[in-house]
Design a protein around this ligand. Structure first.
Ligand code: FE2
Ligand code: FE2
Length: 292
């Protein structure tokens, strides 16, 4: 990426900061018709059981699942900040990349605070990550080289961005959440632009094996994100009988839904540097239900 272009991104970040404190209308309470998550993104929508839920149960399902989604974002962003803090230590302070990443860190810390505040506002109780998620998140964060971690972070950003777009464009979404997702979308667009360009240089130099590994890192990051949202405990909270059975159906349903709604941009990105090949394509189809 041209130095001038990165300077431009830094300038926007400095001159037009979006502060969650003032940008999000925290004083507004949810209206009687407001929703927290568009139906299409809930894990049960599309299943027969969804039609048997009362309007109150549907609303609660959306509230709990939204809380789960943003708590997962915040956790992922916190891991990202850990890695990034180590990474910028390797770059001189006056280096343009270092200065951009500092702006990104500042914004990511604000996002985490914003997500936490939204969870409090909604009276949410996020369910902690599973032991496996914690282990994989922390292990990869500590031991994977920087280019792989950038690959992972851009894939999570691209997927969650689409998720946020659905939410902020839903006509009756609770205004606090709309503004929260608007802010996130605007700032993440700059992060994505920067990281994609950085990765194009890495990918251009990569041969078959490295591109295959990059593709797998992205695939597992997406799987990682997808499996953090659907939780059995949420079905118990909204009073469903047989939460175990519902969980199984929901996980399967969500896999399909996620593939249909959230994978387009990341597939385009991986395709750009030929990340789909004989060693990776089958896994994308099998594990993510991706149309590649
Ligand atoms: Fe963020
Ligand atoms: Fe970001």
């Amino acid at each position: 990426m041209e130095v001038q272009e990165i300077e431009r991104l830094i300038k926007i970040s400095k001159e037009r900061p979006l502060l969650p404190e003032t940008y999000v209308p925290w004083h507004l309470e949810p209206g009687s018709n407001d929703i927290f998550l568009p139906e299409i993104l809930t894990s049960l929508h599309g299943l027969e059981i969804y039609d048997t839920l009362s309007p109150a149960q549907k609303l609660e399902l959306g509230r709990h699942e939204l809380v789960q989604v943003i708590a997962s974002y915040a956790w992922g962003e916190c891991l990202f900040c850990l890695f990034m803090t180590r990474h910028i230590l390797t770059l001189p302070l006056d280096d343009v990349e270092h200065r951009f990443l500092l702006r990104e860190l500042i914004e990511e810390f604000r996002h985490q605070e914003m997500f936490g505040q939204a969870i409090n506002k909604l009276g949410g109780k996020p369910i902690r990550q599973s032991g496996l998620h914690k282990f994989l998140g922390q292990f990869s964060n500590k031991y994977l080289p920087a280019d792989y971690l950038f690959m992972g972070s851009v894939s999570v950003e691209l997927v969650t961005d689409i998720y946020g777009n659905y939410a902020r464009k839903a006509p009756n979404i609770y205004p606090v959440l709309k503004k929260m997702f608007d802010l996130h979308n605007i700032e993440e667009a700059r992060h994505i632009l920067f990281t994609k360009n950085l990765l194009k240089t890495y990918a251009a130099k990569a041969g078959y094996i490295k591109r295959t590994l990059y593709s797998y890192v992205i695939l597992f990051n997406i799987l990682f994100v997808r499996t953090m949202y659907v939780k059995k405990e949420i079905f118990e909270r909204i009073g469903l009988k047989n939460p175990d059975k519902v969980y199984k159906l929901a996980a399967k349903n969500f896999k399909k839904k996620f593939s249909e709604t959230c994978l387009k941009d990341i597939i385009g990105f991986v395709d750009e540097w030929k990340g789909f090949n004989r060693s990776t394509r089958w896994a994308w189809r099998w594990i993510l239900d991706a149309k590649v």
